[in-house]
Ligand binder design. Structure first.
Ligand SMILES: Cc1cc2nc3c(=O)[nH]c(=O)nc-3n(C[C@H](O)[C@H](O)[C@H](O)COP(=O)(O)OP(=O)(O)OC[C@H]3O[C@@H](n4cnc5c(N)ncnc54)[C@H](O)[C@@H]3O)c2cc1C
Length: 399
């Protein structure tokens, strides 16, 4: 039993995390990082998130500097101004950030796991020196351009092309649904070349590059999503990522970002659960708190069991990643099941709140709407189902 909580009057109550003993076996250092981030976000983002969501905006540049000062951007990368934490610490931080909003976690994931990771893993020494320290500080924002309007789940068919012109590369094409696109200083853009798919480090002030923002979203409203338009974007020969050849390059980045989602989605679920438990304890109907009704308790108990299961899987994958033994198929399993479970929890928590559940004053419906995007990006539920199916049977069903 945890020792440091004040003894409540009457029967002792437990949090979902305490019931699952989720901190057990996690390094103190990782828990400290998590707690520091939780406290910081309580001031930095929590009080403002509903307003940003309703307005359909996120002050990305301001937040990136704050998150950079906290050491969150690219935190699990080594060197170049990055904190070099464990993968588990990174996962726990993703859960804290997504407990505030999936849009905020998308900012952290795209910066650290997609743009910075791509440069760290595949870039030249010059790329790393030029971009990583500024990105870790949040002074330079990165985006990751893989998806196109006609090529989402199947990016191999992308139409964006890079052709050689003397020593230069010239990029033509359009990317769609790109997080942070219109606020980025640097875009990692994937394009067809004569030697297959290659990645390019594109400073966004290069002539011919533009990034119109996509508006009218009903999900992930507190996140900047853009199109990337590349019209004769001329880059030096050194702009290509030397370490990435073929589709395995972008897929490696996506596996990194999905790992964060395995944890992050559970952060959103936890926030919904805490909101519903607290609400049920104070909302009175028929002369007693709705927490006293068996149907409410059944919802809370089932959701807690589901949340604890999801967190235990996330922590297990974190341990595997820290040991250098995490396979992409295991990340697919985690992304598939945890996003689905978080979405189900968010919807059920909304019902506990009755009419107040549809108000922006409470988080569950905002989380549920956000998780619809999380269900789709970084590989849809269907694609991860088929990856797990292939792992189990040896048969590829998606082509
Ligand atoms: C808010 C948001 C932010 C995003 N940010 C980024 C970003 O920063 N960078 C980036 O590159 N992309 C980003 N994306 C794009 C995202 O990764 C794609 O939307 C995703 O890969 C799915 O592609 P699609 O939307 O074209 O759907 P489609 O591929 O057209 O799929 C439509 C449906 O068909 C199903 N389907 C497709 N193929 C099969 C099959 N073989 N078997 C069974 N079912 C199948 C899918 O599962 C889905 O249900 C973002 C998307 C959103 C919504």
């Amino acid at each position: 039993m945890p020792q440091d909580r004040p003894q409540p009057q009457g029967p002792r109550t437990w949090t979902p995390d305490e019931l699952g003993a989720l901190d057990e076996g996690v390094a103190e250092e990782d828990l400290d990082i998590r707690d520091t981030v939780r406290r910081a976000l309580a001031d930095l983002a929590r009080p403002r998130i509903a307003r940003w969501y309703l307005a359909g905006e996120l002050p990305v540049r301001e937040l990136a500097r704050e998150l950079g000062a906290l050491g969150l951007l690219g935190m699990h990368l080594q060197g170049y101004g990055c904190a070099g934490t464990s993968a588990t610490a990174y996962g726990l931080v993703c859960a804290e950030v997504e407990a505030v909003d999936s849009g905020l976690r998308s900012l952290v994931s795209v910066q650290g796991s997609l743009a910075m990771w791509a440069i760290h893993a595949y870039g030249s020494e010059e790329h790393k020196q030029q971009w990583l320290p500024a990105m870790a500080r949040g002074e330079a924002i990165g985006c990751f351009g893989l998806t196109e309007a006609d090529h989402g789940s199947d990016p191999a068919g992308m139409r964006t092309r890079a052709r050689r012109d003397g020593d230069d590369w010239v990029l033509e094409g359009t990317k769609m649904w790109i997080t942070n696109g219109s606020v980025a200083s640097v875009a990692v853009v994937w394009a067809q070349t004569e030697e297959g798919i290659r990645g390019f480090v594109v400073p966004t002030d290069t002539q011919g590059f533009s990034a119109p923002e996509i508006t009218g979203k009903l999900s992930l409203r507190a996140s900047v999503t853009s199109e990337l338009v590349l019209e004769g974007v001329r880059l030096p020969g050194t702009a290509v990522l030397p370490g990435a050849k073929g589709l395995s390059g972008p897929l490696g980045c996506l596996s990194e970002a999905r790992f964060g989602i395995v944890f992050g989605s559970m952060g959103a679920a936890r926030d919904c659960l805490e909101t519903a438990i607290s609400y049920a304890g104070t909302r009175q109907q028929f002369g007693r708190p709705i927490a006293g009704f068996q149907l409410t308790q059944a919802k809370l108990a089932d959701m807690t069991a589901d949340y604890v299961t999801g967190m235990l899987l996330a922590l297990q994958l974190g341990r595997l990643k820290d040991a250098g033994r995490l396979a992409p198929q295991q990340v697919s399993l985690g992304k598939l099941t945890n996003v689905r479970r978080a979405l189900a929890i968010a919807r059920e928590c909304r019902s506990v709140l009755g009419a107040n559940g549809i108000s922006a004053d409470y988080s569950p419906l905002r989380h549920a709407a956000n998780l619809e995007s999380v269900l789709t990006y970084e590989g849809t539920t269907e694609m991860h189902t088929l990856v797990v199916g292939q792992a189990l049977t040896g048969e590829q069903a998606f082509r």
